[in-house]
Design a protein around this ligand. Sequence first.
Ligand code: ARG
Ligand code: GLU
Length: 711
Amino acid sequence: MTKKTKLKLAVLATLLIGWNAKADEGMWLPSLIAQRIADMQEKGFRLDAEDIYSINEASLKDAVVLFGRGCTGELISPEGLLLTNHHCGYSQIQQHSSVEHDYLRDGFWAMSREEELPNKGLSVSFLERMEDVTDLILNGYTPDMTEDERVAIVKKNSKALIAEATKEGNGLRATVEALYYGNQYFLFLYRQYDDVRLVGAPPSSIGKFGGDTDNWMWPRHTGDFSMFRIYADKDNNPAPYSKDNVPYRPKKYFHISTKGVQEGDFTFIYGFPGRTQEYLHSEGVRYIEETSDPHKIHLRTVRLDIMNRHQAESQKVRIQYSSKNANVANAWKKWQGEVKGIKKMKTVQTKQEFEAAFAKWAKGGEFDGVTDRLAAIYAELEPYQFATDYYTETVRTIEIANFAMSIARLFIQEDSLVTFDNAKASELAESFYKDWYLPIDKESFTAVMNEYEKNVPAEFKPAYYKEKLAEYGSVEAWAEDMFTSSLFTDPAKTASLSPADKERVMSDPATVFFNEFLKWYYADILPVTTRLNQELQLVYRDYMRGQMAYCRPQRIPKAFYPDANLTLRVAYGHIKGYSPADGTYYLPSSTIKGIMEKDNPDIFDYNIPQRLRDIYATKDYGRWSDASGEVPVCFIATNHTTGGNSGSPVINADGDLIGLNFDRVWEGTMSDIVFDPEICRNIALDIRYVLFTIDKIGEADYLFDEMTFTE
Ligand code: ARG
Ligand code: GLU
């Protein structure tokens, strides 16, 4: 590393240390939490930095795991018992469900260790340690190099570092992550366990209560939890599933507080937030607010209308499309809240003002012209990004085309690797046809491709598309042909495919549709967006340091923490209601009474188990009611969270578990871009409702024997 880079990094380090923003905003790195601990303690926290993260002693980090591909989970017993969300364990619960044992509908509770269900492909990872490796990663880099050369060096050094860090094997895996747009690099070393068994889940009428109607909303009454157990070999080491494995003994597990929560209480969240973009230039935000989100929302509204109409007409279709619908609806609803929030906060305008002042300050110095360069790159990127957004939200959503391509890939591989494999094809076909309804896919094709035709400029459409459309005369005629002549509309034809059918599969209209767009995307769009995103990365790296250098000495109250990137973070705040609109104030907690108020046997999302009605009628709450005599269900707090924080432990001032994070309030979903402490709230499940459900609905209170309650 050159002197100049060293100096830059040293400056960055001094800018980061001791910077004390007072708001609840922030997702902090656990290994650097000592820098925040005074503020946390001032706000009520009663433990020390070493209790949160320590490399020598067991600390709370040893009780938190990355669950599956994008959720968080926490250990709640010395015998590997783990808590996460129902929506995080959903696919596992679904996999074990059949008509005879519908665990999604009825819930599932293992009544002994033998009844716990193994899950192929599910793993959890503990963070062993994290470490600043910026010097090592940039070794060999000089500032005169291009971004391409820098990327190559970072890649090479990362690879070597990862190999070194994981050489012991034994479940170790590592990643090197760029923070602050590559101003800093951290190594994250994990130990991964692959034998994770399902212990219990409430019925969906509790675990998914409120469904998509209540999703992203407060007041909320969803019992969004499920339980698993981690297994290890006899020496407590990671091992693939074996019936000889034994429950994993964690270094640390959470003690559970049933004392209850009050407005104003300190809370802290420990988990794996996925992605935020808090330091964007105004042009980046403007594109999201004015163009990207509105178009994506509209395209999804069109698809959801079609799905909803067909789902309402048929019970079978309702089930077939329930998970697909939920996936489409989740981001669709979030984006709407996000746009409203950005507008309400006037984020583009605020950022423009900030950038103008910044540019003036930067004149003649290291950061001169940085904001203009960003604006220029965005101007070039925007039409390509728009084409990408349309491509992903239209062409890539056509189910039959995706399926055709997945079958075609079996033939393409034939040249290099294997011959077309019937077993693999029928496996793909089985899972595709089980949940595919032709009229939805066809109507969707017509609707989204008409939007595509209308909104995407001609120069950003593939030649193939333009020729085909001219040939057919209309999107409708194209749809008619594709959905009658494609062999993939007929499961019997797909089932009879043999290695000799390569030509037929490759020239099928559904395959060609997918493939031609794909080729165009790789040739005409992706290279440009990749290049421009790299340029952005490079300039943002300067702008990031520039923002710190500008704000701090002038005491501009702006919190600086690395954007979320699915690495372990700490967010802290307190339990607090909010006012979503003029004349309205929301209290910070909900109870079982609210479930009964929503209860409606005629509305799928609000139809609760009869058992819950009976319990409510007799107030048979056991030890789980609060001072008001009701069972608490959910609460909200000011912790800064995002997707990936699902299942994260919500922890009180003493480090004990009081809840389980699972969502955010709709009016605050712009917090991935801009955080407003007045409005942004995370939504958590009160641990007492979890315990109540285990006890009174699941009748699995034997599980309490292995838990530790603090009072
Ligand atoms: N909104 C929560 C999250 O972002 C819950 C999602 C559960 N899915 C749903 N469509 N209700 O993941
Ligand atoms: N439900 C989200 C998840 O799966 C958490 C909600 C959010 O985005 O904050 O991670």
